[in-house]
Design a binder for this molecule. Structure first.
Ligand code: PLP
Length: 394
């Protein structure tokens, strides 16, 4: 007998993938340059040159052991290199034993849910949010509770979180820089969250964990970079990947950091190891562990995204769209020109413009632009945005 819950998950349409697939078909039909696909979050900046160079050197000098199993949490020297990188940037004192390497941020978050949420407990996600949070929370047997971010600026709504948190709350998941909004939570916002979680953890007699999902940490254009969350709240699990910063989404490499300041750090780390074990993660790709261990300090190139962001903001301003000025990641959050975001995205297709409706992120009335695209696509898209706007002017 198949598991009906798994069947339902496998059968459920993935709207973003559907739009992306539509774009591929449409490009084959009318030409690559005639379709403005701003749907998927596939990085458009090439990986740092160090990455391919390292792969080539490793392949050239391979004695075959590069393909062996490693310890489940990953090679110790690689975890030490990552810890050193974090310590240099954030003034921390992490070591290999604080890191568990994972198959991207996705498995990092799924593992954390298994590690710290019990069946019947609740995990809070702030809408709009990366929709898989719900899948991973429910896989751990917990309930995903949605709390809208502030309508004015999409920062965390501390009052609403205060109302949602109760003795069954196991964790809150945050994501900054944010997908889909492109916002960065301010220090004050995060400090207020930390104060709330500290107070409630004390009141309920158990830690409420904070899962900080941060694959876009280095993609920051304006304002202060996001605060280092474990400095504000020790019971934070950091989930990271090089999918976006090094443009390596297909290579599946990331980590869970259990900071040394975490209460009962060793026990939480072991629970993370157990979470990985139950989900069947034996170890992450040995080749890519080695690549990251070698290249972890390589600079992140955000220039092409910064140029696209500027082009889009100026273009959308000139046309008259309402949007949230993105501070980070490579997404821009635009108000749909009608209440029904899905209908708006359907209409955008008439102008060969492919956008993701906010309903994919459990919120109404907005659309996500992914500006991880070529400059030509962005320029073409602005023409389409203008025609789309005019079509609503009657
Ligand atoms: N979290 C957020 C907010 C994302 O946008 C993504 C991917 O787009 C992920 C997690 C998953 O990233 P990964 O490719 O590292 O699994």
């Amino acid at each position: 007998m198949i598991n009906e819950r798994m069947y339902a998950l496998g059968d459920a349409p993935n709207k973003i993938r559907e739009i992306f697939a539509y774009g591929l078909d449409r490009k084959a039909e009318i030409g690559e340059d005639k379709v403005f696909d701003l749907s998927i979050g596939n990085p458009s900046v090439p990986s740092p040159p160090e990455i391919d160079r390292t792969i080539a050197e490793l392949a050239a000098n391979s004695d075959g052991t590069i393909h062996s199993y490693t310890p489940s949490p990953g090679l110790a020297w690689v975890r030490t290199a990552i810890a050193d990188n974090l310590n240099a940037r954030f003034g921390t004192s992490y070591g290999a034993d604080n890191l568990y390497l994972t198959s991207g941020a996705s498995s990092a978050i799924a593992i954390c849910c298994m590690a710290i949420a019990l069946p019947g407990e609740e995990v809070i996600a702030n809408t709009p949010y990366f929709p898989e949070y719900r899948t991973w929370t429910e896989n751990a047997g917990a309930r995903c509770v949605e709390v809208p971010t502030r309508a004015s600026d999409f920062q965390l709504d501390i009052d609403a979180l205060g109302a949602a948190i109760n003795e069954k709350t196991a964790a809150v998941i945050i994501n900054s820089p944010n997908n889909p909004v492109g916002s960065i939570y301010s220090d004050e916002n995060l400090e207020a969250l930390a104060a709330l979680l500290t107070e409630r953890s004390r009141e309920y007699g158990h830690d409420i964990y904070l899962i900080s999902d941060e694959p876009y940490r280095e993609l920051v254009y304006e304002g202060k970079p996001p605060a280092w969350v474990p400095d504000l709240y020790p019971a934070t699990l950091v989930c990271y990947s090089w999918s976006k910063s090094f443009s390596l989404p297909g290579e599946r490499i990331g980590y869970v950091l259990v900071p040394d300041t975490m209460p009962e750090c060793e026990r939480v780390y072991k629970a993370v190891c157990g979470g990985g074990r139950t989900l069947g993660y034996i170890c992450d790709s040995t080749l890519f562990q080695t690549v990251i261990g070698t290249c972890v300090d390589a600079p992140v190139n955000i220039e092409p995204y910064a140029r696209n962001r500027k082009l889009l903001c100026e273009g959308l301003d000139a046309i008259g769209y309402t949007y949230i000025e993105p501070q980070g990641a490579f997404y821009l959050w635009v108000k749909a020109l009608e209440e029904d975001a899905d209908a708006f995205c359907e209409r955008a297709k008439d102008f060969e413009l492919l956008l993701v409706p906010s309903t994919c992120f459990r919120a109404p009335g907005w659309v996500r632009i992914g500006y991880c695209a070529s400059e030509e696509t962005i320029k073409g898209a602005l023409g389409a945005f203008e025609e789309l706007y005019r079509s609503y002017q009657g």
